[in-house]
Design a protein around this ligand. Structure first.
Ligand code: SAM
Length: 230
């Protein structure tokens, strides 16, 4: 039996990778990557020549048994995603679950994760938080999620938000929560990193003059009205 390494890679800044991650990626005989062309840039940057195969949302069900078999008979595997920590809004779960079921060792190699880094810089309570993954694509679903949070959540709430529906999402948060304090972490670790804080109204005003661009983490505390928490 061999080991499945779940290896975190940078979320923007190529320096955000550990020595251990680089060593692991060099030493394993096989890397599984979400998008092999995308990950090639990272591997080339660090002189990693390990063969890569694709493991993504569209083939994960089909190929998982093949890689479980590989781990049983042939060698270790390192699993990476396009950015950050595999398994967090990225494929990894199917392979990890099957490995656990089969008694194969699963070893995390820690590193960057957008939601954790957004949270720790947010100024919102970090003692308890609720990760909601991507905000749903449809307005009705987003409103349902927000209504549920209003009733049930009493910790900091974290969403991965798309720039395409960010303004609508802010409007919806305003409808459900009123003048709650929102923190938006944008382009973390990259050149245009910024942390915006304000009510939905203030953030909508900010974006009147500009189009939301880049990658966003959106956070609030359900009891964070009128700057009470922040
Ligand atoms: N596995 C990744 C992690 O550990 O955070 C998340 C991957 S998920 C497919 C991509 C989403 O994560 C983006 O749409 C954005 O919401 C968030 N994200 C990733 N990188 C980011 C960054 N540098 N700044 C802000 N948000 C980021």
């Amino acid at each position: 039996m061999h080991t499945l390494y779940i290896v975190a890679t940078p979320i923007g800044n190529l320096e955000d990778i550990t020595f251990r991650a680089i060593r692991t990626l060099k030493e394993v005989p096989l890397i599984l990557a979400e998008d092999t062309r995308h990950s090639r840039l990272l591997l080339d940057h660090y002189g990693i020549k390990t063969p890569m195969e694709a493991y993504h949302d569209f083939n994960k069900e089909k190929v998982t048994p093949k890689y479980v078999d590989y781990l049983k008979t042939s060698g270790d595997i390192a699993l990476i995603s396009d950015a950050g920590t595999p398994g967090i809004a990225d494929p990894a779960f199917n392979l990890v679950r099957e490995c656990v079921r089969e008694g194969i060792t699963v070893c995390p190699v820690p590193g960057a994760c957008a939601m954790i880094n957004a949270l720790i810089a947010s100024g919102l309570p970090t003692d308890r938080f609720r990760f909601e993954n991507f905000s749903p694509k449809k307005s009705a679903q987003r409103l349902r999620v927000l209504e549920d949070l209003k009733t049930n959540a009493d910790s900091t709430v974290i969403f991965y938000a798309s720039p395409h529906n960010l303004l609508k999402f802010l409007e919806e948060i305003k409808t459900v929560f009123g003048d709650i304090t929102i923190v938006l972490a944008r382009e973390l670790t990259k050149k245009f990193e910024e942390h915006l804080r304000g009510t939905p109204e203030q953030l909508l005003e900010h974006y009147k003059e500009r189009t939301p661009k880049g990658e966003f983490v959106l956070m609030f505390h359900p009891q964070g009205k009128g700057g009470m928490i922040l």
